[in-house]
Design a protein around this ligand. Structure first.
Ligand SMILES: Cc1cc2nc3c(=O)[nH]c(=O)nc-3n(C[C@H](O)[C@H](O)[C@H](O)COP(=O)(O)OP(=O)(O)OC[C@H]3O[C@@H](n4cnc5c(N)ncnc54)[C@H](O)[C@@H]3O)c2cc1C
Length: 346
């Protein structure tokens, strides 16, 4: 089998890059081990204003329109919605946070993303008030990846196998088993820490846990952000998340993770009765400097990486998939913040 690009990993990164390259007419094959990945369990949230200081994400002004267009295109193609726009209520945990919000409300750059500040909304506990945010939403990652997987299978460009870098042959042509490729692109999520060609990159993976709950309470039809978040999937079902654990890098849900999320929920919603429907865990491919890892291996330029999207894959991957596809097809320069060249010493 001869292809232009062999892509390792069918998470959001590998899938959207493959989609972008196929649109440009390239022949690709995706190898994925079929294990549950971070993309499948992610909440898919896009939130332009984050953190205790309510800071606008770098490049959100340019990344967000690209992400929305990308997901609209996929929705048209697969005839179903994947990106759900929903306002968010940012519930303050202190007067200090409220102070930051007041500052941001006076900043022109933040206007497109902010609504009004309020004091109370039933049935939530909001002793320090809250701010409504706009241009927030979430990506339905599992259905999207499932549609894309079926699409790749129908075009005979998906194989469920584990990729072992030790089997790569460079001479006389780049080859992995029976696949001859012009380039191999690794989109392995946090498992890249075991990749013999890219394990020198400073990944800082972070495990996260998420709960899905059924309930009978009437809640505002908005995303809630109170340090942790709550997404109303419908009137009777919510997802809450997510924890951050830098030590235990596995996909095992824990009692401790569950309690952290439920205690946090209780701080904004008294006496919340629920049935636990699901409890999931996986690992975010975060990096030391919080920027993506994109580019070519310094000694083997036929090998490339497209990774490191941390906790912001839904926002960043569409933009970077377009940029990287341009670099692969027209040698366009990679963005200086994301290129792995920043870690290559002369
Ligand atoms: C709990 C949690 C909550 C999150 N919430 C959000 C959120 O709200 N918003 C947001 O934008 N992001 C969120 N994220 C982050 C998001 O999941 C990532 O940014 C993004 O999904 C990473 O995609 P990826 O394709 O790089 O990695 P992955 O989705 O992990 O995909 C990598 C794929 O490669 C496969 N693979 C790896 N090595 C091999 C190999 N050697 N051979 C074959 N296959 C291989 C894996 O099995 C996997 O299928 C969250 C993540 C977690 C864990």
């Amino acid at each position: 089998m001869n292809v232009d690009f062999l892509i390792v990993g069918q998470g959001l990164a590998g899938s959207l890059l493959a989609w972008q390259l196929m649109r440009q007419g390239y022949k690709i094959v995706i190898i994925d081990n079929g294990l549950e990945n971070a993309s499948q369990i992610a909440a898919g949230l896009i939130n332009p204003i984050t953190g205790m200081r309510l800071v606008k994400s770098a490049d959100v002004d340019s990344f967000l329109p690209v992400a929305k267009d990308f997901y609209v295109e996929l929705s048209h193609f697969f005839q179903q919605d994947f990106y759900i726009e929903k306002p968010m209520l940012r519930i303050f945990n202190s007067d200090k946070e409220r102070g930051y919000a007041e500052k941001r409300l006076n900043n022109q750059d933040y206007q497109p993303y902010l609504g009004d500040m309020h004091t109370a909304i039933k049935p939530l506990n909001t002793p320090f008030g809250y701010l409504s945010q706009q241009q927030t939403g979430y990506l339905l990652t599992r259905p999207l990846l499932s549609c894309l997987k079926d699409f790749f299978i129908a075009r005979q460009c998906y194989q469920q196998r584990a990729f072992d870098g030790a089997d790569i042959q460079f001479q006389p042509t780049l080859r992995w088993h029976n696949i001859i490729a012009k380039r191999i692109i690794f989109c392995e999520g946090y498992q890249a820490i075991q990749n013999p060609y890219f394990d020198w990159l400073p990944f800082q993976p972070v495990k996260g846990e998420i709960l899905t709950l059924a309930h009978h309470r009437t809640l505002p039809d908005t995303i809630l952000n109170h340090g942790h978040w709550l997404i109303p999937l419908n009137e009777a079902k919510v997802r809450i998340g997510a924890t951050f654990d830098w030590k235990n890098l596995n996909n095992q849900p824990t009692e401790q993770g569950k309690n952290t999320l439920l205690n946090s929920l209780n701080s904004v919603l008294d006496d919340f009765q629920f049935t636990l429907l699901d409890h999931q865990a996986n690992v975010r491919p975060c990096t030391l400097d919080k920027q993506a890892f994109i580019g070519f291996h310094p000694q083997h330029p036929q090998l490339a990486i497209f990774n490191g999207f941390g906790a912001k894959g839904s926002l960043q991957i569409p933009h970077y998939a377009q940029q990287f596809a341009n670099s692969l097809s027209h040698n366009a320069p990679l963005p200086t913040t994301a290129t792995i060249q920043r870690y290559v010493t002369a």
